[in-house]
Design a protein around this ligand. Structure first.
Ligand code: PDD
Length: 293
């Protein structure tokens, strides 16, 4: 089945979809993005993703290319045209097209909007059952990691380092020895009392939507959540560890560098939290009207 992309007002075949060579996203990574999970035809936490997208844009003084309501229609229509039930929507907005010059174009140009959507397989049973390994890497990124910017080169480099060492993710560590976040995931550990510990949201990490949702789900279960920084050493001696993201959901971490956690399998609490999140996904989300599918 041929894929369809939305590019600046038009739905076009994926193979023909393109942006201008002087798009500032292409030349300066001057833009932002979002990845939203689609489950059974529904956008998961679409309102929170939209809220974060608007915040990222406003921090960079890029205008919304259209209203949030209109953009939501584009997301759903892109899902519908690609005819799948479970996958992701990717949205990218750049400052627009202008002759290459570092400061913002003056007068401002129209921001460029690209939306793609595709089926993604659910994680393999092996990943769920056996968990994943992570390596540690120095966090060399800028001081506004709260903005979901398309400027991802440091993330690309740490993910590649992980891949080449047979690991799934890299946990980035700041100059004081504290873990910030993964290359594309948020980080969590569970201490001996069963408390969840995750880095507080500030400029050093992305305010993950999965993180935000899981904190709510865990608290509703009476699980204590400590939003505080932890060092790599503390993570290596934790009872359990896991990571979260739109595409990884809740995934157990069983090895950090050369240190195996617990018995080397995803822990009980991690599995409980994963179950909670998967249940939430299957019951929630803003359904694409079934008449459209
Ligand atoms: N990554 N931290 C970083 C640096 C990320 O890129 C992401 C998401 C997260 C988790 O955020 P959320 O729960 O909202 O997905 C944390 C997306 C999935 C990506 O780049 O593909």
């Amino acid at each position: 089945m041929s894929r369809i992309a939305y590019v600046n007002g038009r739905y076009v075949p994926h193979g023909e979809a393109s942006v201008h060579i002087e798009d500032r996203g292409y030349q300066f990574a001057d833009g932002v993005y979002e990845v939203v999970a689609v489950r059974d035809g529904a956008l998961i936490d679409g309102a929170w993703h939209m809220e974060r997208l608007q915040r990222s844009l406003s921090e960079l003084q890029i205008a919304m290319p259209m209203s949030a309501a209109a953009m939501n229609v584009v997301f759903r229509e892109t899902v519908r045209r690609n005819r799948f039930q479970t996958g992701i929507v990717y949205v990218q907005i750049s400052r627009g097209v202008a002759r290459r010059d570092h400061p913002f174009p003056n007068p401002a140009v129209r921001p460029a909007l690209v939306v793609t959507a595709r089926r993604t397989p659910l994680q393999s049973d092996k990943v769920i059952e056996e968990g994943i390994a992570v390596i540690s890497q120095a966090d060399i990124r800028w001081q506004r990691c709260d903005i979901k910017s398309i400027s991802l080169l440091p993330n690309v480099l740490v993910k590649q380092a992980a891949r080449s060492q047979g690991a799934f993710e890299a946990w980035q560590v700041d100059g004081d020895g504290y873990v910030t976040e993964g290359g594309s995931t948020n980080v969590w550990i569970i201490n001996g009392d069963g408390h969840l510990i995750t880095r507080p949201v500030e400029n050093a990490i992305l305010n993950g939507i999965t993180r935000r949702r899981l904190i709510e789900l865990a608290k509703a279960r009476g699980i204590i959540v400590e939003e505080r920084s932890f060092t790599l050493e503390e993570a290596k001696s934790a009872r359990e560890a896991f990571l979260t993201s739109t595409t990884s959901f809740v995934t157990g971490v069983v090895k950090i560098d050369d240190t195996v956690l617990g018995n080397g399998r995803p822990g009980i609490r991690t599995r409980e939290l994963r179950g909670l999140y998967m249940e939430f996904m299957s019951q929630n989300g803003d359904k694409v009207p079934s008449s459209h599918l």
